[in-house]
Design a protein around this ligand. Structure first.
Ligand SMILES: Cc1cc2nc3c(=O)[nH]c(=O)nc-3n(C[C@H](O)[C@H](O)[C@H](O)COP(=O)(O)O)c2cc1C
Length: 216
């Protein structure tokens, strides 16, 4: 047995025997820190929407594909079983923008995670500045240092149960990067000052970093 394995007793859990809310806590407490996609979308009538999603990563660099997961609303929501406005907008219009979240506008990002009716414009609620996109209708968030204009590549509806979710994959049609952060395609992490999500209302900063060369 390795020293790590011997470090303490393990609690083993069968998800089938637990409440979905508790499984959610295990997942969001374990998969940390999670980057945050701050997604702008628009409904068919042109109402602007902004919402953060930390179930977010890259699926492919060639072509560039990013993905995130809007969940089905669960217990505790006034609107149990309903899908997020962001998902409905993207299915209807096939367009969205992923804006990377920096600490400087974390409070405004958080304001957009409130359960607001679909007709509410979250740019107005948050006070963030809309910037016209080049190729898609939803605007970018001007405060964000990296904005990716995306076209829906595919949406996979993984589970329709409460706290289930969909995987939204979007092809990046345009990257917009604050020029002062960019040096030969490398993005300065200090200036980006991105934040990550932990469980509950806890966030992580990206200021404490270390380097480790990969084996040849
Ligand atoms: C930092 C952060 C990350 C979040 N990540 C997710 C996520 O990955 N999936 C999800 O369904 N909701 C997530 N939420 C909650 C949504 O942002 C929230 O339900 C929002 O109201 C959805 O907005 P919409 O209905 O306008 O799409 C997150 C909230 C915060 C504050």
């Amino acid at each position: 047995m390795s020293e790590i394995a011997a470090a303490g007793a393990m609690t083993t859990l069968d998800p089938a025997e637990q409440k979905p809310q508790d499984i959610y806590k295990l997942l969001v407490g374990s998969v940390v820190p999670r980057p945050i996609a701050f997604v702008s979308s628009m409904d068919a009538k042109g109402v602007r929407n902004l919402a953060p999603f930390s179930f977010f990563t890259v699926a492919s660099a060639n072509p560039p594909i990013v993905c995130f997961c809007p969940m089905v609303r669960g217990v505790g929501s006034s609107n149990l079983h309903s899908s997020k406005d962001t998902l409905r907008n993207i299915i209807a219009t096939r367009e969205f923008v992923v804006n990377i979240v920096s600490e400087e506008f974390a409070t405004q990002m958080n304001a957009c995670s409130a359960e607001l009716p679909p007709e509410v414009d979250e740019f107005l609620v948050s006070g963030l500045t809309p910037l016209p996109s080049e190729l898609v209708r939803p605007p970018r968030v001007a405060e964000s240092h990296v904005q990716m204009e995306c076209r829906l590549q595919q949406a996979i509806h993984v589970s329709a149960k409460p706290l289930g979710g969909s995987l939204v994959l979007g092809e990046v049609l345009r990257f917009h990067v604050r020029a002062s952060l960019l040096d030969h395609f490398r993005i300065d992490p200090e200036k980006l000052n991105a934040i990550g999500r932990m469980a509950g209302s806890t966030y992580a900063r990206t200021r404490d970093r270390f380097d480790m060369e990969r084996p040849k």
